[in-house]
Structure formats: structure tokens, C-alpha cells
Design a protein around this ligand. Structure first.
Ligand SMILES: *Cc1c(COP(=O)(O)O)cnc(C)c1O
Length: 519
């Protein structure tokens, strides 16, 4: 392949991206069925015997495949899940980042044990700046990692918690290390070594319990007996029961992980009384994991600045980058109090040490003159742990780069500016997650059709029919869920573009919701 061919194909890619960026405002939020059918038909049934080469492959992707992908999902009227969009600088940084080689191994080539690249330092700075954004003192969390998503961060949280808790188990030899010796037996019949206590946790907590060997059956929902005005969405933990369970578990020598959510996926609501929960966890040596995947960023809104202090109480903290921060998929953050928590679980075996092929080979430093500033930066950089020992993957892409770019592009004011708090009611619809003052907690409107419509909540088919009636107009895109056993739909506003063009997006929502009633 000639350089010219590469440059020409790159031009095709960049002009495709520019066209897409410029047409996002008018693009349907999801492609029509026929575009997906055409893309399906274009997939070759077998590997081509001779490769198409760069020009034809890129042309195939642009002409045949991309129309069948989610084109408008990064636009202002995609309200599904909490997917977020992409800010321009973070999108471009993602392209730059994926165009360079995998970087996690950069630490091993070095000259005097330092790095062959600035990547590790940049990742640490990005992690620090996310804490700055949320007004959480950097020294709160000594360990951190940029992960693939809040699911990975939750898996890391439960894994770090499991290992730290078992170190202190009275039933096991001192400093029992599960990562060396495997999961221990139950502390007594029917009493597992680790329990998780939570309320309305995200589904990924169950996945984390499965992956870490804790077991899904050992995740217990402990809702408040009575949701009150302070907790209109029933996200509160029953504090009295929690205290009793923590006390009993401690007496039995069981470890407990308490998981609370900031930004529950259906309502956007928060678990209240996190300070009390944290005090109880400290008193009874339980681990507090806060899953603040998208809701943690509400700390930027004047109404929710108190969340910063709550997040700082976590033993481990999950935050997503690819949702409300509008960093391209996939990116999230994980924080824990001590870097040693990460090393214990994700670092090399203390018994076997680092595999020989991954060891850092130091050479004597050549005596070059550098300023004290440069020396201090080098020392800081060299003191950072290798990403190999701080996360699930060994090799990984440079996903800190788009995060860093988003933070540099937006600054605190940029993010705070567009994370406002929209809400919408209507003659045909009931807003399910409105509190007594008629506002929703965050950026999610959970709603269902009223009784006297073609989609009464008592009808089990109402939710899928309404979902189809709304989305098939391709004006907006929403997703379905159920809340307290009854079907509901969600509009989650998490894209920096939404509302930029006056009332246009709001009118599209009104049009789609009223169009569904006429259909
Ligand atoms: C989205 C979400 C998750 C899972 O995040 P992914 O980034 O999809 O892995 C976990 N917890 C909460 C509260 C979430 O909103």
C-alpha cells in the first residue's frame, strides 16, 4: 500500500466524519429498518480469499455498513438509556488515541526504569481532574483507573472490597489472600464469607457479584420500610436493619460490602443518608462502594453540591465517562482509597512476582542536566503505578486521552452549563418520578400513558406498543423499563447538544409523544 493510498483513505474517513457531525441535528436518532437490512445483506458470508485492500475496505465500511449503524445516536434527540453524546474534542481525541499503539506496556522499555511515553502521567492527571470537577479532594482516593465502563468499575469495586475484607477475617489465617488462595468456605452453614447489602442496585452489581465469586444470591436488597418525602423514589436503605445486619455480620466474622447508588437508572434518584450509612460502615468495618455512574456529576448542579462530600466517603467509587460526561464509548473511572487495594487484586502474585517478560529493566541514568521542575515531574511520573497492576486488562487502548480532551475542552463551567434539569409533563402522560414539588431529581423523565389513553398502564402490552409508536416516528428515541412492577418509558437527557438549537428538541419530544397518541 502506498502512502498516497493511506492518505486518500484517511481523507474519506475524515470527510465522512465531518459530514456526520454537521448533519447530526437533522439525522434520525436511529436508522430506518431498510438501512439495517441493506447493511445485513452487505456482510460477506465468508472471509474473502483475497483482501479488498485499504481503499475498497474503507469504501465498503462507509457506503455499506455505516448507514446500518447508529448514526444519530450522538445527536440531540436520542434519549435512550443514559448514553450521552460526544463532545467534539473528545471524539477527535478518541481517533488520535486509537491511532497510536497500545500503551500500557510503555513502562517496561524504559531507560532508567521510567516511561517510554507520557501516557501513564496523562491518565493520572485525567483521573485527578475528574475529582477536581466534582470538588473531591485528590488525596481522598490514592488509587484509580480508567476503565471500560461502570460495569468494569463495579466489578473492580467488589473485587477490591472482597480482598480487603477477607484480609481481616477471623476465620482465616492472618493476611489470607484470596487472590492467591481462592474463595474461602462459608463462615458457618449458610453464611457466605462476603455479603452485599444494597437497595435498587444497578444490574451490573449482580454481574460483579457473579464475576467476583461473591454470588448473586448474596446480594441483598434492603429498602426503607417507608419511602417518605425525603426519599420519594424508595432508594433509601433501612438504616435500623442495616445496623442490625452489620452488627450481626461482624459478630459472625462475615465481610459486608454496602453498595449505594447516586443516579438510579429509572428515576435518576439518589440513595439518601449516605453520611449515616458511611458512619455505620466505619463502625462495623464494612466496605462502602458508591456507584455514581452518571448521577455523581449532579454535584455540578447547585441543588446537589452536597453529593461531593458524600462521594468522598466511599471506600471505592464508580463514575462513568461515556454517559453524562459525553466521552466516546468506552470509558469510565474507578477510584479507591489506597493504591495498594488495586495492586493486591490486579497486581502480580506476591508469591510468584512479575513475569520475567514484564519486568522493568533499569539502566544507569545518563548524567544530563535538567531543571529541578523537570526532575520533580519525572519523579512524580516514575512514582505512578503501572496500569498493568491497576485494572482488569493488561493491554488496553489509550482511553484516558478522550477523557482528558473532554475535560480540557469543557472545563468545569462547560459541563455545569449543559447539565441542567429539564422536565416535561402533558395531558396524556403521567410523570412517574416527579416528587411532590413536581420536579424530577435529575436528567431522567420516567413516564407512562394515562388510564384514559390507548396505552393504559393496566395493559401489559401498553409499554411496548407505546415505545414503538414513539420511536417509529424517528423523531426521538426513548427506552422502556418497569418501575414498581408497572411498565414505563424513560427520556434520559445526557447529550451536550440537546437544547442547543432553541426549542427544536423540546418540540420534537412533544410532537413524538402526541404523534404516538394519534397513531
Ligand atoms: C450505566 C450504569 C452502570 C453500568 O455502566 P456501563 O458503563 O454501561 O458499564 C452501572 N451503574 C449505574 C448506576 C449506571 O447508571
Amino acid at each position: 500500500m502506498s502512502h498516497n493510498e493511506f492518505t486518500a483513505a484517511l481523507g474519506e474517513v475524515t470527510s465522512h466524519l465531518a459530514d456526520r457531525y454537521n448533519s447530526l441535528g437533522s439525522c434520525a436518532p436511529v436508522p430506518p429498518r431498510s438501512d439495517i437490512d441493506s447493511a445485513l445483506a452487505a456482510l460477506p458470508s465468508t472471509l474473502p480469499a483475497d483482501g479488498l485492500g485499504v481503499t475498497d475496505t474503507i469504501q465498503h465500511l462507509i457506503d455499506d455498513i455505516t448507514p446500518g449503524l447508529l448514526q444519530g445516536h450522538a445527536g440531540s434527540r436520542f434519549f435512550g438509556l443514559v448514553t450521552g453524546g460526544v463532545t467534539p474534542a473528545s471524539q477527535l481525541a478518541d481517533i488520535l488515541g486509537s491511532s497510536s499503539h497500545p500503551y500500557t506496556y510503555s513502562r517496561i522499555w524504559l531507560n532508567p526504569g521510567k516511561d517510554a511515553s507520557v501516557a501513564v502521567a496523562l491518565e493520572q492527571r485525567a483521573l485527578d481532574m475528574v475529582l477536581d470537577l466534582l470538588d473531591i479532594p485528590r488525596e481522598t482516593f490514592g488509587g484509580g483507573s480508567v476503565t471500560t465502563g461502570a460495569t468494569a468499575s463495579n466489578i473492580m469495586g467488589l473485587a477490591c472490597a472482597r480482598d480487603a475484607l477477607l484480609l481481616k477475617s477471623p476465620h482465616l489465617p492472618p493476611n489470607y489472600n484470596i487472590t492467591e488462595n481462592g474463595f474461602p468456605p462459608p463462615v458457618s452453614a449458610g453464611a457466605p464469607a462476603i455479603n452485599v447489602i444494597t437497595v435498587k442496585a444497578h444490574g451490573s452489581i449482580l454481574k460483579a457479584a457473579a464475576v467476583t465469586g461473591i454470588g448473586r444470591a448474596n446480594v441483598h436488597d434492603l429498602p426503607s420500610a417507608q419511602p417518605g418525602p425525603e426519599d420519594p423514589w424508595g432508594l433509601g436503605l433501612d438504616i435500623e436493619k442495616l445496623e442490625e445486619q452489620l452488627r450481626r455480620a461482624e459478630e459472625m466474622g462475615q465481610g459486608v460490602i454496602v453498595v449505594v447508588t447516586l443516579g438510579e437508572v429509572n428515576t435518576g434518584g439518589f440513595t439518601p443518608h449516605i453520611r449515616t450509612i458511611s458512619d455505620l460502615c466505619k463502625r462495623h468495618h464494612a466496605w462502602l462502594h458508591i456507584d455514581a455512574a452518571f448521577g455523581g456529576f449532579a454535584a455540578l448542579l447547585p441543588r446537589y453540591t452536597y453529593l461531593s462530600g458524600e462521594m468522598a466517603l466511599a471506600d471505592s467509587l464508580t463514575l462513568d465517562a461515556h454517559k453524562w460526561l459525553n466521552v466516546p464509548y468506552d470509558a469510565a473511572m474507578f477510584y479507591t482509597r489506597h493504591s495498594s487495594d488495586l495492586q493486591r487484586t490486579f497486581g502480580p502474585s506476591p508469591r510468584l512476582g512479575t513475569p520475567a517478560y514484564l519486568q522493568v529493566h533499569t539502566a544507569p541514568a545518563s548524567p544530563t542536566e535538567v531543571s529541578p521542575n523537570v526532575l520533580a515531574l519525572r519523579e512524580w511520573h516514575a512514582s505512578l503505578p503501572s496500569p498493568l497492576n491497576c485494572g482488569i486488562e493488561n493491554s488496553r487502548r489509550f482511553r484516558a486521552l478522550p477523557l482528558y480532551a473532554g475535560l480540557m475542552e469543557q472545563g468545569k463551567a462547560g459541563y455545569a452549563g449543559w447539565m441542567s434539569n429539564p422536565s416535561h409533563g402533558g395531558q396524556w402522560y403521567t410523570v412517574v418520578n416527579a416528587d411532590p414539588t413536581d420536579s424530577v431529581p435529575l436528567n431522567i423523565i420516567l413516564f407512562r400513558a394515562k388510564v384514559n389513553t390507548p396505552f393504559p398502564p393496566s395493559d401489559a402490552t401498553a409499554t411496548p406498543r407505546l415505545l414503538h409508536a414513539i420511536n417509529s416516528q424517528r423523531l426521538i428515541y426513548v427506552t422502556a423499563t418497569s418501575w414498581e412492577g408497572v411498565g414505563a418509558l424513560r427520556i434520559a437527557v445526557s447529550n451536550w447538544r440537546t437544547g442547543l438549537e432553541g426549542a427544536r428538541d423540546f418540540e420534537a419530544v412533544v410532537e413524538a409523544l402526541s404523534g404516538a397518541m394519534r397513531a
